[in-house]
Design a protein around this ligand. Structure first.
Ligand SMILES: CC(C)(COP(=O)(O)OP(=O)(O)OC[C@H]1O[C@@H](n2cnc3c(N)ncnc32)[C@H](O)[C@@H]1OP(=O)(O)O)[C@@H](O)C(=O)NCCC(=O)NCCS
Length: 155
């Protein structure tokens, strides 16, 4: 059973070992850099399958401070990934589905969930669309690896 959980210091040792495929690394960056983004407002989460940690993401409660297309009622989903060993098994879809229910109770002040996805990252874009995100048809040029689609889901 897939579930999401707040990441704590007890998870660091296992989270640091999570990896994506070499050709996917440009879409999320290095794990050490990802973890350096986490703080009280940019909150790290793990995706678990029973006792295994299979993925990771950040919920950015101050997304609008670093992304000019967002407003203060927009929550940011960042650095979402599934470890390379667990991809293609439905974990991303299940995690995004579980996230919907979690946000309604834990982040009820936010009206929308926003993310950016690299224009070359077709697999992730399709995955997000299947999870109910809509392409805003606007490109974000602020990413390190080229233009990104801005995708939105109403909460
Ligand atoms: C994108 C990613 C999160 C998908 O995770 P996953 O657990 O493998 O995805 P799922 O198994 O839940 O698949 C969900 C849908 O995504 C799409 N998808 C996933 N992997 C795909 C691939 N390699 N090629 C094409 N489509 C793919 C499919 O449409 C799939 O639906 P289907 O099973 O009905 O065909 C994962 O590939 C990943 O971590 N990529 C590297 C990091 C990344 O790019 N993150 C996004 C940053 S914005």
């Amino acid at each position: 059973m897939t579930h999401i959980e707040k990441m704590t210091t007890k998870h660091v040792g296992r989270v640091i070992d999570l990896k994506v495929l070499p050709e996917q690394q440009r879409f999320v960056g290095k794990m050490t850099d990802i973890l350096s983004l986490a703080n009280a407002q940019v909150r790290p989460y793990i995706i678990c399958d029973q006792d295994e940690i299979v993925g990771f993401f950040l919920l950015d409660t101050v997304f609008s401070q670093t992304h000019d297309f967002a407003g203060t009622h927009d929550l940011g989903l960042r650095k979402f990934f599934i470890d390379q060993a667990y991809q293609g098994k439905g974990f991303a879809s299940q995690a995004l589905q579980g996230l919907d229910d979690y946000l309604v109770t834990e982040y009820s002040r936010y009206k929308r969930l926003l993310l950016t996805v690299n224009c070359l990252n077709t697999a992730a874009k399709v995955c997000y669309e299947k999870a109910g995100f809509k392409d805003s048809q606007t490109l974000y040029e602020g990413g390190p690896s080229g233009p990104q689609h801005i995708m939105i889901k109403s909460l």
